[in-house]
Design a protein around this ligand. Structure first.
Ligand SMILES: NC(=O)C1=CN([C@@H]2O[C@H](COP(=O)(O)OP(=O)(O)OC[C@H]3O[C@@H](n4cnc5c(N)ncnc54)[C@H](O)[C@@H]3O)[C@@H](O)[C@H]2O)[C@@H](O)CC1
Ligand SMILES: Nc1ncnc2c1ncn2[C@@H]1O[C@H](COP(=O)(O)OP(=O)(O)O)[C@@H](O)[C@H]1O
Ligand SMILES: [K+]
Length: 552
């Protein structure tokens, strides 16, 4: 599990070390210089075409990549390959600028041509002296001209963004904001024309992101790599800031795991954590102990949603799937999945709403959803409903909520659906507002409804009470019709398998939901293999992904 530490938690962890004289900045700067040297050497030895230069930060759809966490490959590159390369340092007033200056001094001593642009009249004095002593060029705040910065950056091999780190508050102020805005424009022009653009390394965080909340309140220079110190910060995991962080790597400066937050608020689940959520059947199990998933999905208008939910549930190992609906839907489900049962009966989880429009055009499906919701919320007697069970509430079912939901209910909107849900709760929001501040709105929905909220996107966020998971394993190819239906079925299966545990400890729900998102993203990646993927392919890849995750 990746645990992110807030700015305050980082400061609290640093304090005793700094008081004891631990050279944290020295460690940070050395790690930064090592990374910059290795990146420049690797790119030079690979021979960087303009396309290659941008490949680190851009996804296939042209949107900066989701900040995947993977270690850099450093072995086998010669440091001499960086000799004569140009580095530009963007240096702010605080310790973040200090890191960049000290790292720049190392780079200059390694033979790189280093230019530092100071955006404040007073910067880290020792760092500045170190850079000057190493022969770096320094452009003072009073001499700063935006076109010159843009020109130098465009001609550089590597840029270290040290404008602001965990001391950041709000959008970048002048002159940093103006410089970064101009650089973002220049980068876009370079991308359009295929002109070269340097490798950008963010020092600790891309300057200008909301370190604790993942917001992007103003201009931010997208990084190819973020070298963050001590621990991840929430903004490196959460969208939209995660999209401008590039590849995130943690430099161990010796903060020590013991001094982190007691209860980390922002997490990223890894494969081993997802494996721990799965319930593997044993000799004493039969289909009912493994969990029955009840599905109310699909209508005459959208029958495929029922088929895809069933596929997600069956292929992820449900003991049994019960699909309820009109025969136009259930016949199609049976044709594709003869193992599905279409008679009513007890279930351990519900999947409600995919393919059911909120226009009331299928009264039968609406009635089934209302009945199941009554079981989830417990408003009807257990004798009638068969008892409270966890649920996935998707698409049309999200428009049918009449009561406050328990945490064992998972709402699974995409941004458009969350906007609709929040408008129904009296908020003036549209899809763009949700996309600009997905975490804020997912948390607002969690508070307003009581449910666990799983907001789908390139980075999917799962909000339970007091915890947010941010998962980024899905390739952009997964943005295809029906992929969300497969996720709903998969999550239904995981909830049914862990229904007793989830009922005993509802806070487990967000963990189960995050595991489903991990498996779904992995299945999308496996089925895609770098190319297009259909929702059916994703469901078909689930058995292999689950086996792989369990085997690790
Ligand atoms: N505390 C330590 O000893 C260590 C800190 N480290 C570095 O120090 C950083 C934190 O240093 P600081 O606490 O000095 O804070 P920062 O360097 O992040 O920022 C502080 C400065 O930025 C300005 N600032 C804040 N918001 C701004 C905005 N929106 N626009 C423009 N300027 C803005 C402030 O006025 C202040 O001058 C970390 O991110 C990390 O890079 C590392 O060296 C490791 C050790
Ligand atoms: N840019 C993207 N990169 C990766 N995954 C994405 C991206 N956009 C959407 N997704 C994922 O694709 C799936 C789409 O689901 P959804 O919008 O519900 O589609 P549908 O309702 O047609 O099934 C979700 O799992 C979502 O997280
Ligand atoms: K920075």
């Amino acid at each position: 599990m990746i645990e992110a530490w807030t700015a305050d938690e980082i400061r609290a962890a640093e304090k005793p070390l700094l008081d004891a004289g631990t050279p944290l900045m020295d460690r940070a700067a050395r790690a930064l210089a090592r990374t910059a040297l290795a990146d420049v050497a690797r790119r030079r030895s690979a021979g960087s075409s303009p396309r290659l230069r941008l490949a680190g930060a851009l996804g296939s759809d042209g949107v900066p990549g989701p900040g995947r966490v993977r270690p850099p490959r450093r072995h086998g590159v010669s440091r001499n390959a960086a000799h004569g390369a140009r580095a530009v340092l963007l240096v702010g007033a605080g310790n973040n600028g200090g890191d960049a200056l000290f790292a720049g001094a190392h780079l200059a001593r390694s033979g790189m041509r280093v230019t530092a642009f100071l955006v404040a009249s007073a910067v880290h004095a020792e760092g500045l002296a170190a850079l000057e002593a190493a022969g770096g060029e320094v452009i003072a705040r009073s001499e700063l001209r935006v076109p010159v910065v843009v020109e130098q950056v465009a001609a550089a091999d590597v840029v270290l963004d040290g404008l602001v780190g965990v001391g950041s508050r709000g959008a970048l102020r002048p002159p940093s904001g103006g410089i970064v805005r101009a650089l973002v424009e220049s980068r876009a022009a370079a991308e359009a024309t295929g002109a070269p653009w340097p490798w950008v390394i963010a020092v600790d965080v891309p300057s200008g992101i909301g370190v604790d909340d993942g917001s992007v309140p103003g201009p931010v220079l997208p990084a190819d790599r973020t070298l963050t110190f001590g621990a991840h910060k929430p903004g490196l995991l959460l969208p939209p800031a995660a999209h401008v962080a590039g590849v995130v790597e943690v430099a161990d400066v010796g903060l020590g795991a013991a001094q982190g937050p007691q209860v980390p608020g922002t997490l990223r689940m890894e494969e081993a954590d997802a494996a721990a959520v799965l319930r593997v059947p044993g000799v004493r199990d039969h289909k009912y102990t493994r969990g029955v998933v009840g599905v109310v999905a699909g209508t005459e208008k959208y029958p495929g949603a029922g088929v895809l939910v069933a596929a997600g549930a069956v292929r992820s190992g449900a003991g049994m799937v019960r699909a309820l609906g009109p025969t136009t839907v259930t016949d199609r489900i049976l044709t594709r999945h003869p193992e599905v049962v279409t008679a009513g009966g007890r279930v351990q989880s519900w999947v409600l709403g995919p393919g059911i429009p909120s226009d009331g055009s299928d009264a039968g499906q609406d009635r089934r959803v209302y009945g199941a919701l009554a079981a989830v919320t417990g408003v009807l007697d257990a004798e009638v409903t068969g008892g409270v069970v966890p649920a996935v509430i998707d698409a049309g079912a999200m428009a049918m909520l009449e009561h406050r939901l328990p945490e064992i209910a998972v709402l699974t909107p995409h941004a458009g659906e969350l906007a609709e849900l929040m408008r129904g709760l009296g908020h003036e929001v549209d899809r763009a507002d949700i996309e600009a501040e997905p975490v804020r709105w997912a948390r607002a929905a969690q508070r307003a409804t009581g449910a666990t909220v799983l907001l789908k996107g390139a980075v999917t966020v799962i909000v339970g009470s007091g915890v947010t998971f941010a998962q980024a394993e899905a390739p952009a190819w997964l943005a295809t019709a029906g992929a969300g239906d497969v996720l709903a079925g998969l999550l239904g299966t995981l909830l049914a398998a862990r229904a007793d545990d989830v009922l005993a400890d509802p806070s487990l729900t967000s963990r189960v939901a995050a595991a489903a998102v991990v498996l779904h993203g992995r299945a999308g990646a496996l089925a895609s293999g770098g190319g297009p993927v259909s929702a059916t392919d994703v469901a078909d890849a689930l058995p292999r992904v689950i086996a792989d995750v369990l085997a690790r």
